[in-house]
Design a protein around this ligand. Sequence first.
Ligand SMILES: [Zn+2]
Length: 111
Amino acid sequence: MADEISREQMHAYLDDALSESETARIERLMRDSSEYRTLLIQVREERDRGEHSLGGIWRRERLSCPSRTDLNGFLHGILEANHHTYIEFHLKTIACPTCLANLDDLQEKQA
Ligand SMILES: [Zn+2]
């Protein structure tokens, strides 16, 4: 859903890892909703405690971009479902510029 912020997105927001439009969307939603402001506070507290939350695991994972082989597998839709979802999130939500460039390159070679 377009009008939701997940915990993971909140972490990405705090990491400054989101695209400009996503950052703007989250800031707008937080302005309008005390629920999201509360979520932000909770996520910040979690981070301060260094909790091994899903968000924490995800942040560690995010540090390693998928390999070119993985991106190629993603392109061909042959990856295991969890892996595919992770790469999709990395590309679409995080919009990692390195991986997007890699993906473009792979697509061009394929064409
Ligand atoms: Zn990446």
